[in-house]
Design a protein around this ligand. Structure first.
Ligand code: SF4
Ligand code: SF4
Ligand code: SF4
Ligand code: FES
Length: 949
């Protein structure tokens, strides 16, 4: 259903620079060649009546309401399907046209409920608008004939209803599902009067393939497909444009609000990352923001066995400051540290690292990127000179070959996946490198040309095998590599990958991927001409994560796939602002902008600006903080919006570390798993309650705008500022834009960034400076950021985590569409209906060998620990490999994962854990303990009410 703000020009903008001149109702106008007459008329200020067209979809020409007269042509062509021609003269209004349109509308209205006054779309319904536009006053056919008014609504989807009695069969929903989303869940079933919209095989929406992206709801001109929130709350009265706080795609939304309540989130057509599309999380799963579990008052307690006491902000901040001072006086300056949040804004993240460096006086700061994309930072900086992806999402439109490695975009980055699928349906080739049959391998109208179904842990062998074929068959782009990179290093690399050791046959032995598939995929990638690599945590979360990132950059440089549209190496980053949190200096060895602490010029610039001396020594990484806590030398931690007790590997180890600290401060929305070990709780704010910026996977900085006041009284940046002031280091910002001004002042890649500029341009992709004042969509054009691209040798080293007689299977982990990260937000929304628990996917052969039946409980045991999940027997898996997600605390996936990590960055090896799986009936020992601990913590939380009373 239409948004309250969008202007719809009827049909899409053609992609051309050529223009033609036409005359609409006597008014001359110049429009893009290929525009429809309807679009030209809309640009000339005339809205031709229409129902079946909308400018996000190709025209269909079914409603016959948009008829016009064209000089020199017979009849009344539909303006939505008629392209303009130079010199064309169009008339959109005449008595005859008015008659024809009224006739069409009479037919529609004669089979439509006349409940406008009580309809949730009243005032925002295109059918109602059109009845007014054509001047409909009576329906000559009456309302007594055959009709669909008794058709029953489908309310199965938790977020929207489908009321077929209001359907005008315009097929906008069907086309949205196909063209925009690429799921093909809807069809028009039946013929003539019997034709109707069918989900799946004429099933309820919830039972069909529908992924609840909302594109059909957005496209529907009537109240047939309608958000349940609009039924419940009525039409919104204002909108605020903001950015999704879930994944790294960074979709822009218009929050439609009534009072201080969000009625719905409407994807922003002008959003430069999402172009008006969304997924189920950003579109619908915002209910957690006012969930009763939200903690809205600061709390303190002496030990984690005590009940919480609600206190004023002043008392909580004062207590936190005195505890941290006490710890530093007793155990030393380095005994405290903090974690920035990749869910918070750039400004908030920047403030936390500033607090740690300037007020704590050490560099013990880290972020969740440690456990996801730190190898991306290391690998891309080493080879190309900058720690970020090379392309904008839009670049995929120009790709001829797309290689997806260790990523599952339809689940993890759904809106980008829809864009990628459009390109694939239009003819680009697809290579998937993944141990599992992800949806992209075979989805409606798309089939991967090659699926390299490798054994977990063998990425580097496979990338070397692909490079081997390209180099030994003379398919490399020597001219590009020799000109843009160091020729000597390139020659060494060619010799390295050309070794027999990395022949397809040998790589087949290492990885399980057939030699012929490696050869064919390599040839396809080299042929391009534009070949692009997209990758995810299936690349980085390995003991050789950084090596693999380097290997992909090597391959792209060797084939000349860098520095233009349609190519490049693009990480699909997980959390909404994980790029930003890394950019903002969240790592213990780097100041904002990825500048090493040992760089005295940079350090001095910060010292001067901040008015303090900075410790030149890098601080502790997250795993080192845990180790130091267990050693007794690290005693206090400030954690902003991060739940590592659930998300990080080897849960038992982390739990012990948490118990050994004296003051853990958690700033979050809920009593999450980490907060259960906290002594001080600062109630945080959601993305709807603050101003700031997020940076998505394309380096795109977008504004987050406050929709409502923070429910706990302070936005996260204000809490950090108040904590700093309580510690005695003054911070006096009055708005996050002032923090961004400071970031720009001190960080060359952000030099030209300001809130005003982002507001004006919609977004800015860094680097943004004097040379590129409006930002940089594509990196490394003409020259790599580091000067010459660097080829680095990527020797394959088998992980220590191997299957054995005791642990014969390899566990790999990932995520699913409807849940996000630790699930703290999405589990508090109806998204839970799609995913009530994490399950273990296992191949039928492995299941049969172990007597495992689909839907029954199995234990998964590794050398780190054991948990129990429900088994899903599926051929998605290859024999010898099992898979699960980590969205539910009790499922305890990370009890099983180990502390193995990337050699360069300590990024944990989540993707390879040797395990044994066996049928069981009871929960594991850890689960029993966890349940008891959790219940006890919930009870202690509840007691705060009693204390207050
Ligand atoms: S919600 Fe999305 S996936 Fe579901 S039917 Fe509508 S467009 Fe298709
Ligand atoms: S559900 Fe809406 S969009 Fe789909 S055919 Fe019916 S009226 Fe058109
Ligand atoms: S794709 Fe990512 S950014 Fe976009 S709506 Fe979904 S979760 Fe939000
Ligand atoms: S809008 Fe042109 S035929 Fe429906």
């Amino acid at each position: 259903m239409q948004s309250i703000t969008d202007i719809d020009l009827g049909t899409p903008q053609p992609k051309t620079d050529k223009t033609v001149r036409v005359v609409i109702d006597g008014r001359p106008i110049e429009v893009a060649e290929g525009s429809s007459v309807m679009r030209a008329a809309a640009l000339a200020g005339t809205k031709v009546p229409r129902l079946c067209s909308t400018d996000s979809l190709d025209p269909f020409g079914s409603c016959r309401l948009c008829l016009v007269e064209i000089e020199g042509r017979r009849g009344y062509p539909a303006s939505c399907t008629t392209p303009v021609e130079d010199g064309m003269q169009v008339r959109t209004q005449s008595d005859r046209l008015a008659d024809l349109r009224r006739g069409v509308m009479e037919l529609y209205i004669s089979d439509h409920p006349l409940d406008c006054l009580t309809c949730p779309a009243n005032g925002h319904c295109e059918l109602q608008d059109m009845a007014g536009a054509v001047g409909l006053r009576e329906v000559r056919y009456g309302y007594e004939g055959a009709n669909h008014l008794d058709a029953q609504p489908d309310t199965s989807n938790p977020y929207f209803t489908f009321d077929p009695s209001k359907c005008i069969v315009c097929s906008r929903c069907v086309r949205a599902c196909e063209e925009t989303q690429g799921t093909f869940a809807l069809t028009i079933d039946g013929r003539g009067f019997e034709s109707h919209i069918a989900a799946g095989m004429n099933e309820p929406f919830m039972d069909s393939e529908c992924v609840s992206c909302g594109a059909c709801v957005q496209a529907c001109p009537t109240a047939t497909l309608m958000e349940k929130s609009v039924y419940a709350q009525g039409q919104p009265d204002r909108t605020v444009t903001t950015t999704c706080a879930y994944c790294g795609v960074g979709c822009s939304f218009k929050a439609e609000v009534k009072g201080n309540q969000v009625v719905r989130m409407v994807p922003n057509k002008d959003g430069q990352a999402n172009h008006g599309h969304s997924c189920v999380k950003g579109r619908f799963a915002f209910g957690y923001t006012n969930h009763p579990d939200r903690i809205t008052t600061p709390m303190i307690r002496k030990s984690i066995d005590d009940p919480w006491e609600e206190v004023s902000w002043e008392r909580a901040l004062g207590h936190a400051a005195s505890e941290f001072k006490r710890i530093q006086e007793t155990y030393g300056q380095g005994a405290v540290g903090g974690i920035t949040s990749s869910r918070c804004t750039n400004e908030e993240t920047y403030l936390v690292q500033k607090l740690i460096r300037a007020a704590f006086g050490n560099n013990n700061v880290d972020t969740c990127a440690r456990v996801c994309h730190s190898p991306t930072g290391y690998g891309l900086k080493t080879t190309l000179g900058t720690s970020a992806g090379t392309q904008a999402f839009e670049s995929v439109v120009d790709a001829d070959v797309v290689m997806v490695i260790g990523a599952n975009p339809t689940d993890g980055h759904p809106v980008f996946a829809s864009q990628m699928k459009r390109r694939l349906r239009a003819g680009a080739n697809l290579i998937v490198v993944d141990p599992r049959v992800i949806d992209l391998v075979r989805t409606p109208h798309i089939a991967a040309d090659y699926h390299l179904k490798l054994r977990p842990g063998t990425n580097v062998a496979v990338i070397n095998g692909l490079a081997h074929v390209i180099v030994t068959e003379g398919l490399a782009n020597d001219a590009f590599a020799n000109e843009r990179c160091d020729p000597e290093e390139y020659a060494e690399w060619k010799e390295f990958v050309g070794q027999e050791k990395y022949s397809p046959e040998n790589v087949e032995r290492m990885s399980g991927v057939p030699a012929d598939t490696i050869r064919q995929a390599a040839r396809l990638f080299a042929k391009g001409p534009n070949s692009a690599i997209y990758y995810g945590l299936g690349v980085t979360e390995h003991s050789q994560g950084s090596t693999m990132v380097i290997g992909m950059a090597n391959l792209a440089m060797a084939t000349g796939n860098m520095g233009r549209e349609g190519v490049g190496v693009s990480p699909l980053r997980g959390q909404n602002n994980v790029q930003g949190s890394c950019d903002m200096g969240s790592f213990p060895h780097e100041l904002p902008g990825y500048r090493h602490l040992s760089d005295s010029v940079t350090r001095e610039a910060f010292e001067k600006d901040w008015g303090v001396a900075l410790d030149p020594e890098p601080g502790l990484r997250i795993p080192n903080m845990f180790d130091a806590a267990l050693d007794g030398s690290f005693k206090g931690m400030y954690i902003q919006g991060e739940d590592f007790v659930q998300s990080d590997p080897n849960t038992r180890h982390i739990e012990s570390a948490m118990r050994s600290m004296e003051c853990v401060i958690v700033q979050d929305l809920f009593l999450n798993e980490t907060a259960k070990f906290a002594h001080i709780f600062f109630p945080g704010s959601t993305f709807l309650e603050k101003d700031g910026t997020f940076t998505n996977a394309e380096r795109r900085i977008q504004l987050v705008r406050k929709v409502m006041p923070p429910v706990a009284g302070m936005a996260d940046w204000e809490i950090t500022q108040a904590f700093s002031n309580a510690l005695g280091y003054a911070m006096t910002y009055t708005h996050p834009s002032e923090i961004m001004d400071e970031i720009a002042r001190l960080t060359p890649t952000f030099q030209g960034v300001s809130f005003e500029k982002i507001d004006r341009l919609g977004s800015v992709q860094w680097p943004c400076n004097e040379k590129m004042p409006e930002g940089t969509p594509t990196m490394h054009v003409g020259q790599f950021v580091r000067g010459k691209g660097k080829f680095v040798i990527t020797e394959y080293v088998e992980t220590d985590e191997r299957s054995s007689r005791k642990f014969p299977l390899l566990l790999t982990t990932g995520r699913i569409l409807t849940q996000y990260n630790v699930g703290a937000q999405t589990r508090r929304t109806p998204n839970l209906e799609w995913h009530t628990e994490d399950v273990l996917e296992i191949h039928p052969h492995d299941a049969e060998q172990r007597g495992i039946v689909h839907g029954t409980r199995v234990s998964i045991a590794s050398r780190a620990g054991e948990t129990v999940l429900t088994a899903h027997v599926t051929e998605r898996m290859q024999p010898g490999v099992v898979y699960t997600t980590f969205h539910h605390p009790l499922c305890g996936t990370n009890v099983v994962t180990t502390e193995n990590s990337d050699w360069a960055t300590n990024c944990p090896e989540y993707k390879v854990t040797a395990v044994q799986v066996a049928p069981v009936t009871e929960l594991s020992e850890w689960q029993e303990e966890h349940q008891q601990f959790s219940d006890r913590q919930e009870a202690l939380l509840k007691q705060r009410e009693a204390i207050k009373a």
